[in-house]
Design a protein around this ligand. Structure first.
Ligand code: NAP
Length: 279
């Protein structure tokens, strides 16, 4: 019998998570399958009850459910509670347990690019759900200072209070400076718009964009132009997924298997985005 896992979100049809997990299960030698469950916000509670009733073993949780799903789970761990968002669910003895692996995905993306965040001044653009995990990760990495800019200033203030960081109004983003800049808004998703231009990015050494569609966003292109080291959002997706596999299977994949999954993930996004493999 195969165990069933999946991602719930809306929209979720084009999720790349099945690539990570179905190959991961195979490489772990597990009899498990992973699919996509498109769940409207108003159906979330019913969907979670359905997960329990059907005996689905685990879920990835994506936009827009990461925060509200907490209300329908039996237990969440301390980190998800501190972040205020769950992206991973495990069913254990008919109880649904919630975890967060997004923050680990962020840290691993920096780590594998050889970037140390310790004592760095970090600018976070955006104050939505993803920004919470990013800011939590920056605190864990012992950065010197984290400054959050958001279009809706009140949301930046709320996150600043929650994580003891600094909030600044959107109008001041043009003056932002630091060593690392992390773009967490949905600006640039399937479009050529960037939250800042090259003149702002020239004041940073490293730039990460959480958006990975397109893989090289205009934000990252500008950053590259002015000599920043760039980190794409797909690497975060990859590592948060690998952590989910660890939680579900209680096993760790060897580095050759991780390389294989990463290669397949990048090949798939390039296929979908019509990019040359050299890009
Ligand atoms: P969210 O909770 O809906 O937050 C959206 C954020 O984008 C808010 O800060 C919002 O500002 C801002 N925003 C939207 N349109 C804007 C505009 N025109 N101008 C300025 N700011 C704008 O979404 P989320 O969960 O944080 O996700 C944000 C992005 O990160 C999405 O594209 C998602 O796909 C990506 N993401 C990637 C990963 C990964 O693994 N790479 C993980 C999670 C998320 P307001 O508060 O003013 O509305």
């Amino acid at each position: 019998m195969y165990n069933v896992y999946g991602v719930i979100g809306y929209p979720v049809k084009h999720s790349l998570s099945p690539i990570i997990h179905n190959l991961g299960f195979k490489l772990l030698g597990l009899k498990a399958v992973y699919g996509t469950f498109e769940v409207l916000p108003e159906d979330l509670e019913k969907a979670v009850m359905g997960v329990k009733a059907l005996g689905i073993k685990g879920l990835s949780v994506t936009v827009p459910h990461k925060e509200r799903i907490i209300n329908y789970l039996d237990v969440i761990d301390d980190i998800s509670s501190e972040i205020g968002a769950v992206n991973t669910v495990v069913m254990e003895n008919r109880k649904l347990l919630g975890f967060n692996t997004d923050w680990i995905g962020v840290l691993k993306a920096f780590e594998t690019n050889g970037v140390s965040l310790k004592n760095k001044r970090v600018v976070v653009v955006g104050a939505g759900g993803a920004a919470k995990s990013v800011i939590y990760a920056m605190k864990k990495a012992e950065t010197k200072e984290v400054i959050v800019y958001n279009r809706t200033y009140q949301k930046a203030i709320e996150l600043a209070e929650r994580f003891s960081v600094i909030a600044k109004p959107w109008e001041e983003l043009e003056k932002a400076e630091g060593e690392v800049i992390i773009q967490t808004t949905s600006v640039g998703l399937n479009s050529k718009v960037s939250v800042v231009g090259p003149e702002v990015l020239a004041r940073f050494k490293v730039a990460m964009d959480l958006v990975y569609s397109p893989l090289k966003t205009t934000f990252l292109s500008y950053a590259e132009e002015v000599g920043c080291q760039t980190i794409d959002g797909l690497l975060m997706l990859f590592y948060q997924g690998i952590e989910q596999l660890k939680i579900w299977s209680q096993k760790t994949l060897p580095s050759e298997s991780l390389d294989l999954i990463k290669k397949e993930l990048y090949a798939e996004i390039k296929r979908r985005q019509g990019l040359d493999d050299k890009d």
